[in-house]
Ligand binder design. Structure first.
Ligand code: FE
Length: 189
């Protein structure tokens, strides 16, 4: 698009007034709203420092991106380096999954999550995560709201996971490997 040309048409409802190219490049001049939280940036999603991956069970680890303690959610990369059944669980809130590497599926569905793809899991969904044979590694960014309740095949609760169990694991691990528990606290919003 040629940005030097000003759109002379009258603005439609909901569309911003056209600006000159110079004004369009001008940064917001006022303070951020009072009460808004500081932003949070990770330079590389797949870090060179292996210590940033928090072991969760054999061959399963996660790399936390945001601990949403004020709203009960977390965003993390889940990395699985073995094939087979991972866990059966029920979600209290919605889940957004972006698949960065490998592939996986749920026993309860006939679709497969593939590298480069995305999946939405609705609240109330119960499923059993499986990494197929031949997949040496899968890495998925999961945005999980609410709790993840581990269940037996009849839906009876056997355990749970939420932003606070994840934060606790990360704090302990980062302290143990010399990064410091404070690093995990810095991901809290
Ligand atoms: Fe799930």
């Amino acid at each position: 698009m040629d940005t030097s040309v000003i759109d002379e048409r009258p603005p439609e409802p909901g569309r911003p007034e056209p600006e000159s190219p110079e004004r369009a490049r001008t940064a917001y001049a006022r303070p951020q709203p009072h009460g808004s939280l500081p932003d949070l940036v990770h330079g590389e999603l797949l870090p060179a420092d292996e210590r940033l991956w928090v072991p969760q069970s054999p061959d399963v680890s996660f790399r936390p991106l945001v601990f949403g303690v004020a709203q009960g959610y977390y965003v993390n990369l889940l990395r699985v380096r073995r094939s087979g059944v991972l866990s059966r669980h029920r979600h209290a809130g919605p889940v957004h999954a972006t698949i960065l590497r490998g592939r996986w599926r749920y026993l309860e569905h006939d679709w497969e999550a593939v590298e480069g793809g995305y999946a939405y899991e609705p609240p109330g969904e119960v499923h059993t995560l499986v990494v197929p044979d031949g997949v040496a590694e899968m890495i998925t960014m999961f945005h999980v709201t609410g709790s993840l309740v581990y269940v037996d095949p009849d839906g009876r609760a056997t355990g749970y996971e939420d932003v606070f169990t994840k934060l606790d694991l990360a704090r302990r691990h980062y302290a143990a490997v010399g990064l410091g528990a404070d690093l995990a606290d810095g991901f809290c919003r």
